[in-house]
Design a protein around this ligand. Structure first.
Ligand code: F1P
Length: 289
């Protein structure tokens, strides 16, 4: 099922983009100060979304892990992201939102506890998933956000199906260590990519802001490391990483499509390790305490 959900992303993104004019206001009206919260995958989506919104001139936007956030700064709106709409830490965070602040939610299913607790909800039921490991829900949220913040996603939609049909740039079974580096909004994507490798394939993965990688973490890179760079190419960084013996991958693709490649890599790696990506060890679809 995870593989099928990965492959459905071209159609799901097209629906998300079509919904952007009605849906994006839930993420914040222009000029509002917004905080975005989530757990796991949804925390990384929150992080990317905050950078995208602020960069698009929509208003100051912060992001935090739902479990870590306590009220301090004042916001016009708190947006929680939760595919299941049942995650306990998200519900507890909504309870901490001060009166007078709009509580908004982006969920995969209507009528969930998060939906009930929110003043405004954006339901992406067409992006909801059966799998434990999230793939198309987080990318649909980001596709909708980008379109809603004024970006033309037509070139991305036109490209993603071809990329899905082509072989992966690297055979993951050759590697034991997977590193994802990103900058700006793609740093959240790099964190999400590394989470996919851990969740689906139980493999060692890391993620860093790209230019911080040389400030220590590169010490453990070597022949069995596959290092993927999201976003803009960084030729000097790539050269430095290659000198460790690691293999560097930078495909000239939109970062959201690069995340799809990482999802495919995680599923392929799970297969090569004899694991079932649809039944990840120790994980549940949503953490409810
Ligand atoms: C958040 C989450 C997922 C994770 C796993 C458990 O769920 O932590 O990111 O992959 O499935 O739940 P949600 O709040 O977005 O439903």
């Amino acid at each position: 099922i995870t593989e099928r959900e990965i492959r459905s992303q071209p159609e799901v993104w097209a629906r998300a983009v079509a919904l952007a004019p009605q849906g994006a206001p839930v993420l914040g009206r222009r000029g509002e100060r917004v905080l975005v919260l989530g757990c796991g995958t949804s925390a990384f989506v929150a992080e990317s979304l905050a950078v995208l919104r602020e960069r698009a001139g929509q208003g100051e936007t912060d992001a935090a892990y739902a479990s870590e956030w306590t009220p301090g700064r004042t916001y016009d709106r708190v947006v929680v992201i939760s595919r299941s709409g049942t995650t306990s830490e998200v519900l507890e965070a909504l309870d901490r939102v001060p009166a007078g602040t709009v509580r908004a939610a982006v969920v995969g299913v209507a009528g969930s506890p998060v939906d009930d607790a929110a003043d405004e909800t954006l339901v992406l039921d067409f992006a909801n998933e059966e799998s434990v490991v999230q793939t198309r829900f987080p990318t649909a949220v980001l596709a909708l956000a980008r379109a809603g913040f004024g970006e033309d996603l037509a070139p991305v939609l036109a490209r993603v199906a071809d990329v899905l049909a082509a072989p992966l740039p690297a055979d993951p079974s050759r590697f034991e260590h997977f590193v994802f580096l990103g900058r700006s909004w793609s740093y959240g994507l790099a964190q999400e990519a590394a989470l996919k490798i851990r969740e689906a394939a139980q493999a060692w993965s890391e993620s860093y802001p790209a230019l911080d990688y040389r400030h220590g973490p590169v010490a453990v890179a070597g022949e069995t490391s596959l290092v993927t760079l999201f976003g803009e190419a960084e030729p000097e960084l790539s050269a430095d990483v290659e000198r460790t013996g690691a293999t560097v991958v930078h495909e000239d693709l939109d970062p959201l499509i690069q995340l799809v490649q990482a999802q495919r890599l995680a599923v392929a790696l799970a297969g090569a390790r004899g694991l079932d990506a649809d039944a990840p060890r120790h994980l549940t679809r949503s953490v409810v305490l």
